[in-house]
Each structure stands twice: as structure tokens, then as C-alpha cells.
Design a protein around this ligand. Structure first.
Ligand SMILES: Cc1cc2nc3c(=O)[nH]c(=O)nc-3n(C[C@H](O)[C@H](O)[C@H](O)COP(=O)(O)O)c2cc1C
Ligand SMILES: C=C(O[C@@H]1CC(C(=O)O)=C[C@@H](OP(=O)(O)O)[C@H]1O)C(=O)O
Length: 400
């Protein structure tokens, strides 16, 4: 069984991520994780913090000389802005010798922001201050997911050749008309080539329109959401199952993507568009290819049928709501007085869809790694790979 967990507050000393159940023999180093974190920080429309907050990575346990040991892997991502925050966020000021500011300087944030966990979190956990709530509900936590997602990605690549990529479809309602255009599956290298581009979208014209839309929102003191897609190539058929509802791959992926902060809808393959099609048009017909292998004429189902991967690329899309903190006054209530107030106004991203897409890759990698380990098992990469090979070789040639 592969499991993972994250810990850490947005302005705390560090984020911590742990992943357990990774077989021995996966090659991974701090630089791989640092590279993935750098991709998550990029993207047109990200706010000021992403320019100065560096993600300093330490691979603490479970890896020796760049190779996993089979033991739990712990990763630390230092918050480089910690010296500015230790007064506010220190876990144990006495132990750390930190002198707290006089009462009043770090006044409670008593005006919860709509669109965030603030109000319900304060009521639920019994705080009159939004700080303890917003620190953990912040999407800063997604850096830790990307860290463990990198380990999962290396496992999937090295044992099965699985490659996961992502690209942006729309921002603020503009971009690629994916609902009306017939879907053309991109080649993985065409998607990875987008890494240095500002929005990481496959259509340059759409990218220009999205960037203008972001500029416009910024000058209107507003924010934007959007839709991104994550694709996993070379997933063998038969990951997940129809036999029990809680073991379906599509259900697990939907939950995993929905767990990313600010996601409001998830679709597998053509998802919502499928609902409007005729039955005859909502199919991926099965054919025998020239090489005598099985193939499909399309990828509308997103590579999953009956809760199982069907051997075609697995596609998941997620819709992100606009960033909740907008640079203008929003109505709220001061919870200490119950009187009307304006919400605390934090600096924020104008949009974070390109970054969220990288987090989506992490969730795809982590979910597939869990399902792959459940199905094939193995204490070493060699054992896992040979289990995969013997599973596939058991099929008659024309079903490969
Ligand atoms: C990568 C990423 C970056 C985000 N950046 C911000 C931000 O700068 N400001 C903000 O208000 N919300 C930001 N969010 C969204 C909030 O964390 C999210 O809206 C909030 O947690 C409430 O959403 P929920 O109701 O879906 O949990 C970001 C989300 C992601 C995935
Ligand atoms: C720090 C990150 O994203 C943050 C997510 C976030 C939120 O409310 O979710 C709010 C912003 O943080 P701050 O309020 O400190 O400016 C973003 O910068 C990150 O992605 O690493």
C-alpha cells in the first residue's frame, strides 16, 4: 500500500511531506523535486510571493545516494521567508528564544474572507482569529503534494514508462474552445515543450488571449479561474476495478483532483460534453491496428471504462474557481462584534490555473502510483516491473 501525507502552514518554518510504500530502487534526487516545485511556482498571473518565496528542498529520509530504500521518504520544503514570520508563526517561541511583540501588534484577523475556509474554520476550531485557519487552508500546501508527487512520478516512469503531463485549456472563460472542437490527443513531448511558456497552453493564439484576459482582470482589481487537463500516457489496461465502488479509478481521480484547493468540478475524458452527445457519438470504438494490437478510434472516455484504465491515455480535467482574495473590499462580519465589516485584504495571485495544473499532475501521479502498487505490488522496482510484464504477457498476442 502506498500512502502519503503533508504537514505545514503557509507561513510556517517549513512544509513536510511523507510518502510510504515506494519500492526500493527508484532513482530520485532533491533536484528533481526542486525542478517540479519551480514549475508549480511559474505561470502568468501569479502574485508577488511566488517571486520571493524560494522552495528550498531537503530530502531527509528513505533515499540513499539518489536511490529509494523502500523505507518512508520524508521531504522538507523550507519557507525561505521564515525570518519575517517567526514572530507570528513560531510553534514554540520560548524554545526558539523568540520575544513576542506586545499585545496588539499581531492583532487577531477577526474579519473572515468570503470564499475561504476562514469563517467556518473559526467557528469549527474555536478561534477568534482567521490566522490559524488560513495558514493551513492556503494552497501553499500544494508545494508539499508536488514534492511527493515527484517521487510517485519517478516510480511510475521507471517501473512502467508512464508519463504525466498537463496543459491549460481556458482562463477566465477564454482560450481553447474544447467543448466544441473535436478532441485531438497531444503528443507528450508537445506538452512538455510548453514548460517555459507563460500559460502552458497548446494554442499560441489562445495563450495571447488568456494573457490579455489576465492583464485586464488585474487592472480591474479582479481575479480569474479556468480549466486545465492532465494526461497520463502508457497506463496499462486494468488499473482500478468495477467490482467495488470504492476501488474505481475514475472515482479516485475525481476525489484526488477535487481535493486541490479551489477546484469546483472534475471531468474524466470529455466529461460534461459527453452528456450532450448521442450515444453513437459518445464511444471509443475498438479496432485492431496494423501491428495486430488493440486500439481505439478516439479518447472520449478519457482512458477509463468500467472504473478501470482501458489502455488508452487517462485524461482528467478540473475547473478552478477564480482566486477568492480579490484586491478590493468585500463584505463580511467582524466576528468579535458581529458588526458589518470589510474582509481582510491579502495580496494574492490574479490567477493560478497554470500552477494548479502542475498540482493536478501530482495528484494524477500519486493516485496512479497507489493503484499501481495495489495491483502489482513489489518491494523493489525490479519486482514491480516483472509483475507488470508477467501480467501483460499472460494476454494472448491479439489482446496486447
Ligand atoms: C496553486 C494555487 C494557488 C492559489 N493562490 C491563491 C491566492 O493567492 N489567493 C487566494 O485567495 N486563493 C488562492 N488559491 C485558492 C485558495 O486556496 C482557495 O480558494 C481556498 O482554499 C478556498 O477554496 P475551496 O473552497 O475550494 O477550498 C490558490 C489555489 C491554488 C490551487
Ligand atoms: C504560497 C503559495 O500560494 C499562496 C496561496 C494562497 C492561498 O490563499 O491559497 C495565497 C497566497 O499566499 P500569501 O497570502 O502569503 O500571499 C499565495 O501566494 C504557493 O503556492 O506556494
Amino acid at each position: 500500500m502506498l500512502r502519503w501525507q503533508t504537514a505545514g502552514e503557509s507561513h510556517g518554518k517549513a512544509l513536510i511531506a511523507m510518502i510510504e510504500g515506494v519500492p526500493a530502487g527508484v532513482r530520485v534526487c532533491s533536484q528533481d523535486i526542486a525542478d517540479a516545485l519551480a514549475r508549480r511556482r511559474l505561470g502568468y498571473g501569479r502574485g508577488a510571493r511566488m517571486k520571493f518565496e524560494q522552495d528550498r528542498v531537503h530530502l531527509l529520509t528513505g533515499v540513499r545516494h539518489g536511490v529509494t530504500l523502500g523505507s518512508p521518504i520524508a521531504i522538507e520544503i523550507e519557507n525561505t521567508e521564515w525570518p519575517k514570520w517567526e514572530q507570528v508563526m513560531s510553534a514554540d517561541p520560548l524554545e526558539e528564544g523568540i520575544e513576542l511583540a506586545p499585545v496588539g501588534r499581531n492583532a487577531p484577523l477577526s474579519r473572515p474572507r468570503p470564499g475561504h475556509a476562514d469563517l467556518t474554520g473559526m467557528r469549527k476550531y474555536g478561534f477568534d482569529d482567521a490566522r490559524p485557519i488560513l495558514e493551513r487552508s492556503s494552497a501553499r500546501e500544494t508545494a508539499a503534494r508536488v514534492a511527493v508527487g515527484t517521487v510517485a512520478a519517478k516510480l511510475l516512469q521507471q517501473a512502467l514508462g508512464i508519463v504525466v503531463v498537463s496543459h491549460v485549456l481556458t482562463i477566465g472563460g477564454v482560450g481553447i474552445d474544447y467543448r466544441n472542437q473535436p478532441y485531438r490527443l497531444p503528443k507528450p513531448e508537445d506538452v512538455t515543450a510548453l514548460d517555459a511558456s507563460p500559460v502552458r497552453t497548446l494554442d499560441e493564439n489562445a495563450q495571447d488571449r488568456m494573457m490579455s484576459r489576465i492583464d485586464q482582470a488585474k487592472s480591474d482589481a479582479d481575479t480569474l479561474g479556468g480549466v486545465f487537463e492532465v494526461i497520463a500516457y502508457r497506463v496499462p489496461a486494468g488499473i482500478g476495478t468495477y467490482v467495488e465502488s470504492d476501488r474505481r479509478l475514475d472515482a479516485a481521480l475525481a476525489g484526488a483532483f477535487m481535493s486541490i484547493q479551489a477546484m469546483k468540478a472534475v471531468e474524466i475524458g470529455d466529461g460534461f460534453t459527453e452528456a450532450d452527445r448521442l450515444g453513437s457519438q459518445a464511444q471509443d470504438e475498438i479496432v485492431s491496428t496494423d501491428e495486430g494490437k488493440l486500439g481505439r478510434l478516439s479518447n472520449r472516455a478519457g482512458g477509463i471504462e468500467g472504473g478501470m484504465s482501458d489502455g488508452e491515455p487517462v485524461r482528467v480535467r478540473a475547473a478552478m474557481k477564480p482566486i477568492s482574495s480579490i484586491p478590493r473590499a468585500l463584505r463580511t462580519v467582524d466576528i468579535t462584534t458581529g458588526q458589518p465589516a470589510t474582509a481582510i485584504n491579502q495580496r494574492s495571485d490574479s490567477t493560478a490555473v497554470p500552477a494548479a495544473a502542475v498540482v493536478g499532475e501530482a495528484m494524477m501521479n500519486l493516485t496512479l502510483a497507489q493503484y499501481v502498487m495495489d495491483k502489482f505490488a513489489g518491494d523493489s522496482v525490479q519486482e514491480l516491473s516483472s509483475n507488470v510484464v508477467s501480467y501483460l504477457q499472460a494476454w494472448p498476442e491479439h489482446l496486447q
